[in-house]
Structure formats: C-alpha cells, structure tokens
Design a protein around this ligand. Sequence first.
Ligand code: ACO
Length: 402
Amino acid sequence: MANASSGLFSPSVPNLRFKVPPFLGIPIPRFDRFSPKVVCFAAPIPHKTPPASASSSPSQPRLVSQGCKLVGCGSAIPSLQISNDDLSKFVDTSDEWISTRTGIRSRRVLSGKDNLSNLAADAARKALEMANVDPDDLDLILMCTSTPDDLFGSGPQIQKELGCKTNPLAYDITAACSGFLLGLISAASHIRGSGFKNVLVIGADAISRYVDWTDRGTCILFGDAAGAVLVQACDSDEDGLFSFDLHSDGSGLRHLNVSIKQNDSNDALDSSNGSVLDFPPRLSSYSCLQMNGKEVFRFAVRCVPQSIECALEKAGLPASSIDWLLLHQANQRIIDAVATRLEVPSERVISNLANYGNTSAASIPLALDEAVRSGKVKAGQTIAAAGFGAGLTWGSAIIRWG
Ligand code: ACO
C-alpha cells in the first residue's frame, strides 16, 4: 500500500512564481535542496498545547517557511430536492430504512439546465467574496471533481465563468470523495513550493449522473453539490495547515467504481465498411456506479481514524484538542464510528448529510461552509478533516479555520 504522506513541508521561494521551474510546484520532499537560501523553522503549534503523552513518538518538527491559511468558503446546491419518500416511489425502499442505515433524509439533484460548472462557479464566487479576493487576484483554480461537464476538465471553464481577466492556471483533480482534501493539500503545496498567493479549491460533483436510479443499494446515498475554499499565502507563524496524511490503494477499485464501457452497437465496427477487428475503437461511455457497500463501510471505519491519528501525531496534537471533526459525509454510522474511535463527542462533530446525502468531493467544503456561516466554526478553531472514497483514496488534514 503506497503511503504518500508527509508532515513536513518544503520551504518555498516566495515571489519567484514565474522563475521556479514548473516541476517544483508539486510536493517533492527534497525540494529544500533547490532553495538553499530559505531559512526553515518549526512553526508554533496552535492555541492548545498538547500534553506530553499526546504521541507515542516525538512529533516531527514542522518546517514551514511560507504559511497558508483558509480565508473564505462558499457552497451551492441544485434547486431540485429529492426526499427519501420521493425515492421510495422509484425503488423498493423507505424513509425509515434510509435514515436508520445512513442518516440521510434528502438530497439535491442537478436537473434541467443546471450544470456542475455553474454550481461550482457559484460556490467559488461566495468563497472569493468572503475572502475579499478579486477573481483577477487568483493564481490557481483547482477543480476537484470526478463528474466534470467535460471529460477534459472543468477548471478552465470555471476560470471563464468567474471572469478572471488574468487567466490563472486552472485544472481538475479527480479523486472522488477524497478530491477536496487532496485539492487542499495541493493548494498548500503550490503556495509553499511555487510562491502562489491565492488558490481557489473547489469540490464539486454530480454523482447523480452516474447512479443507477433503479438500484436501491446505491441511489439512496448520493446527491449533487459544490463547495469552495480560498487558500491564501500568509506568514509562517499564521500557518493554518498543521499536518496531513494521504493514502491510495488501487487494489480497492473493485469495491467502488464507475468504469468505462464500450457501447455494443457501433456502426464503425460493421465489417462491411472495411473496419479491421478492434479498430476503430468503439465509442465509450461510463457504467453506473458500482459499490460493495459493506466493504467500503469497513474500509472507512478502519482507515479514516488511523489517518486522523497519524495526522494528529504529526501535528503534535491529541484528539481532545481539536474543536471540530469534519469527515466526508458518506454515512452517519461511519461518522459516528470514527468519532467514537477518536473519542470526539458528538457535539464537536460536523454533520449535514441528512440534508444532502453523499456529495462526493463537495461534501467537506459544503459542510464547512454551512458550519462557518452559521457561526458554529469560528476563526482560530482547529478542525480534523478527512476524506475517503473511490480509488481507493483517503487522507486527513489538521487545519485551522481563518
Ligand atoms: N432500502 C431498503 N432495503 C435495502 C436498501 C434500501 N435502500 N438497500 C439495501 N437494502 C436491503 C438489502 O437488500 C438487504 O436485504 P436482505 O437482508 O434481505 O438481503 C438489507 O437491506 C441489508 O443490506 P446491506 O447492504 O447489508 O445494508 P448495510 O447495512 O450494509 O447498508 C449501505 C448499506 C448504506 C450502502 C452501507 O453499506 C454503507 O453506507 N456503506 C458505505 C458506502 C459509502 O460510504 N460509499 C461512498 C464512498 S465515497 C465515494 O468515493 C463515492
């Protein structure tokens, strides 16, 4: 199992944005050798000091020369709301079964002329507004989605919709329900490694497009939404990303996938027109989402707490010091199991999946945005966030809001 985690950040070269070779923009553990002049120091840990027993091994010093912090958030949801009772008219299910097994009561679904790019741009505008950042001051837009409006990616489309005259770099990250978390770490790496100042991370998905609405085992779980966070460069002593822990395990693909399929009927394969077998290739499309719910459940309750514990250890923080636990919103039973394992009381757990179901890459920024705007999450508070999902991919980050 590959482990691409790191609690150490390489120093950056601020203000050298256009002089740094492009490959330095990704988190290379030994990047420090490219910037010998940068002075590294251990950034202070957040407002709560952990007891000496917080970690089984001494926590690693964090080397941060350029900080980054979360300064704005926003979200957007489609207008069409589908309740559990609505679903029970399509498939053999009930509000009682769905809410007891998952905690979900309702979800939003893209319909009519709605599209994911519009939804993502709406969420992005709100995050920019809260952060008081002009679209022209963006350096990078990361569109985290597995269901883009265009297979080639939606990031540049969002850039256009936001009206950025400066054409900041914009591209997609595909990692299903872990997408936003990976986008967040990528944003921090770009800020720390490439000197970027303002990075917009959007998590947006329309899983409804790939769900078999006759399969009661999957269609009850998902909803569509978008959420966004503005990550901004700051002094190292204000740094708001304390640590992270990321993993992938491709052997788990069989448990959760939306795989490519070749369409059966395709005139191009008609041998009478001179085609050679297997060429030209058949037109492809994607199958409906396939999931082994029990395996995904087991994977989540095993791996997510381990990942959070690992990130906490790297940050030198005990679980008792975090203000909020914010997990990918997949199933309330998964959220409860992880909270129990980490001994985080339910009043410090953020959950909104009752209203939206599993919105994949959107779920963490959507829940964060609601919690911030309702006054629940306050500036300076510490959040343990974790994503998990198809790939399989999972990970966590210990962050400070504001
Ligand atoms: N309504 C009524 N009955 C149902 C439904 C339904 N919607 N779905 C399944 N059932 C029935 C089954 O047929 C089965 O009946 P049986 O005992 O007669 O055979 C019974 O309920 C139990 O089914 P299970 O699949 O065992 O139910 P389980 O308790 O495992 O819950 C669930 C299923 C909710 C899918 C759960 O396994 C789960 O949440 N897993 C995690 C899924 C997840 O998080 N996926 C997203 C990952 S993120 C990403 O990247 C997309």
